[in-house]
Design a protein around this ligand. Structure first.
Ligand SMILES: C[S@@+](CC[C@H](N)C(=O)[O-])C[C@H]1O[C@@H](n2cnc3c(N)ncnc32)[C@H](O)[C@@H]1O
Length: 191
């Protein structure tokens, strides 16, 4: 299974035209561009990354495809998401994607960490739309990846009653990435 493609395939139907989506780990901008194509010219995509290099790559990729006005490229820790999403978009996020780990072909020391990933999930949950979808692609094969995947799994398990949850892995590969898809039950909003 090609996990990044599978994540996009599973998200597509949950992203209406003119809606609001978030790429929580912009990286090379592939998911940001995908989200921009889904929301279209009247929608908004927030694309966050801790690395300036990734933000620049994402900005270039979406601009070259004609989506510069749709994607807000933000150089920030996703744990601080709440500081970057406009008031009118809070509670209206149709889909958010995490592709955890490090930027391919780049500085592998900048890697997502369990503590900030969980804070980012908390911040995201607070602004997710009813029936909003969270996609999390996690890698167990790098030094901090297993710990992060277990932390994410625990975070998800504590929300089992509030979301429909799917977990996809390649059973033939012990080091398979894990793709979680979490759709919030629309009646599960507590505040
Ligand atoms: C696997 S890459 C993402 C690939 C990307 N989705 C794409 O389509 O090209 C993971 C990214 O997460 C970023 N990252 C790591 N820690 C982060 C954090 N705390 N907040 C935001 N981004 C972070 C890294 O800089 C890296 O670019």
């Amino acid at each position: 299974m090609h996990f990044t493609m599978e994540a996009q395939k599973r998200c597509r139907a949950s992203i209406p035209d003119a809606s609001i989506a978030i790429d929580m780990t912009a990286g090379n901008g592939f998911d940001s561009l995908f989200l921009a194509q889904c929301v279209g010219s009247q929608g908004t995509v927030y694309a966050l990354d801790l690395q300036a290099e990734a933000v620049a790559k994402t900005a270039l990729r979406v601009a070259e495809a004609g989506y510069a006005s749709v994607v807000r490229c933000i150089h920030a820790d996703h744990a601080d998401l709440a500081n970057h999403v406009s008031l009118e978009h809070r509670g209206n996020i149709s889909c958010a994607m995490f592709n955890l780990g490090y930027l391919p072909f780049s500085d592998k020391s900048v890697v997502t960490q369990a503590s900030t990933t969980l804070r980012a999930l908390d911040a995201l949950e607070a602004i997710l739309a009813p029936a909003g979808l969270i996609s999390i692609l996690s890698y167990v094969g790098h030094p901090t990846g297993l710990q992060e995947s277990q932390a994410v799994e625990g975070w998800i398990a504590r929300r089992a009653s509030r979301y429909n949850i799917e977990r996809l892995v390649d059973e033939s590969n012990l080091a398979s990435p894990i793709l979680w898809l979490m759709r919030r039950h629309s009646e599960a909003i507590e505040n």
